[in-house]
Design a protein around this ligand. Structure first.
Ligand code: NAD
Length: 387
């Protein structure tokens, strides 16, 4: 069995929704356009939408597309535009090609599709979903212009605790170990951003016996991090202290070339935020103080400063848990929960169950409760049979 089939077969919630969609066909006659990380778990989601009668036109996200996922989807009748790329212009052309098919519904990830839709809108767009924090921040100011139901999966309670908190932390830790093969015990780890994802990253490294510090411009977040048992040094002090620095802030330029002067020798930098702009890798590599750069191992690029300090950058600043050798991303169960929300939200939009006033809003409570109950019911099924 291939890894994709293992993942698809392990998505219990999506499997049950697919079975229901076989008869209800909520997307019959409708085209769903998407630009999302193309990897085995999104394959399970897109196949569920197909089972619901949708024609699916998809491209990937920048820097995370997995070729086997693309090939699998194409074999199953999904129209996949383009392939793996880290070139923003090429990616932009793929997104525009998805939109040129004028989908009835958009499943967006990072706001890429809705932002471009507004450049040349068409009348029959019913609405859609947005997966991420970064996308919500981009789309919220555009509410009036979008004017259609748009549900933000990230802003559901389930995604916040199941994926952002629990799963991102685990998979970033798993990725650090897998890519660097370095110890975490006693290591000084600095986390930029103490939102749901940053909290999970911080606690996962703490549970792996690292000493963890947090930098966040929000004093409430710093206070919370302190009460949770993390160090909260000033930014400059934290930079020189860190042996590992991880950005997960949903912001641009969290670490830039200006920070090179303050970093310790051998520091490892990684990004877990959605866009590869949290660490300005290009700016660092072209800074006048850099005298050399080389690949140290798959997924690790080392830049050398004129004073001989070395800075190791993981996966070119792209999301560390979806890149590097054999990337796995977040746990299957956490993504099954989030993608069950996706499938049920897209169904609600397709069936006109979400009023047009609900633009860039969290997932309706009734959908969250349905998904939570479905997951919990499955746990009962796992108990050993009574004699
Ligand atoms: N890697 C993954 O699998 C994965 C999964 C889900 C979300 N994400 C992404 O992770 C990022 C964070 O998501 P979240 O839900 O935790 O966001 P959030 O908005 O809840 O928290 C972000 C935190 O970062 C802080 N911040 C902003 N700018 C900062 C800076 N320059 N330095 C330090 N801290 C800063 C904010 O004050 C806030 O506390 C987003 O880009 C999101 O899309 C990644």
């Amino acid at each position: 069995m291939s890894r994709i089939e293992w993942v698809v077969g392990s998505c219990r919630l999506l499997g049950a929704i697919s079975d229901a969609f076989d008869s209800s066909q909520p997307f019959a006659g409708k085209r769903i356009g998407t630009g999302i990380h193309l990897e085995p778990k999104t394959v399970a989601l897109l196949m569920t939408l197909r089972r619901g009668g949708a024609e699916v036109v998809s491209t990937g996200n920048l820097g995370s597309t997995q070729l086997d996922a693309v090939e699998y989807l194409r074999a199953k009748g999904v129209h996949v535009v383009g392939g793996p790329t880290i070139d923003p212009e090429e990616h932009d052309a793929y997104l525009r090609e998805v939109l040129s098919s004028e989908p009835d519904i958009l499943l967006d990830n990072g706001g890429d599709l809705f932002v471009r839709y507004l450049e040349s809108p068409y009348g029959h767009l019913l609405g859609g979903t947005e997966e991420t924090t970064s996308g919500r921040m981009r789309l919220a100011p555009l509410r009036d212009r979008i004017g259609r139901p748009l549900l933000v999966i990230n802003d559901s309670a389930i995604k916040q605790f199941a994926e952002n908190y629990h799963a991102v932390g685990q998979s970033v830790l798993e990725s650090f170990l897998r890519i660097t093969n370095r110890i975490t015990n006693g290591r000084r780890v600095l986390v930029f951003g103490y939102g749901a994802c940053g909290k999970g990253v911080a606690v996962s490294f703490k549970n792996a016996f690292a000493t963890v510090a947090v930098v966040d411009p929000d004093p409430l977040k710093r206070l919370e991090a302190h009460l949770d048992g993390f160090l909260v040094p000033e930014r400059a002090e934290a930079l020189s202290w860190a042996e590992v620095a991880i950005t997960v802030a949903g912001a641009t330029g969290v670490l830039t070339a200006d920070d090179l002067a303050g970093l310790g020798d051998g520091v490892i930098l990684a990004n877990a935020g959605h866009f590869p702009a949290e660490i300005d890798v290009a700016g660092m590599k072209t800074h006048p103080s850099i005298v050399g750069a080389h690949n140290s191992a798959e997924g690790i690029e080392t830049i050398v400063l004129e004073d001989r300090r070395r800075v190791h950058i993981l996966t070119g600043g792209h999301m560390v848990n979806l890149n590097g050798p054999r990337p796995l991303g977040n746990s299957i169960e956490s993504m099954d929960l989030g993608f069950a929300l996706q499938a049920r939200c897209l169904e609600a939009v397709a069936l006109g169950k979400v009023p047009p006033s609900e633009v860039v809003v969290p997932v309706p409570r009734w959908i969250e409760e349905d998904v939570a109950n479905a997951y919990l019911a499955g746990l009962r099924g796992r108990a050993p049979a009574r004699r």
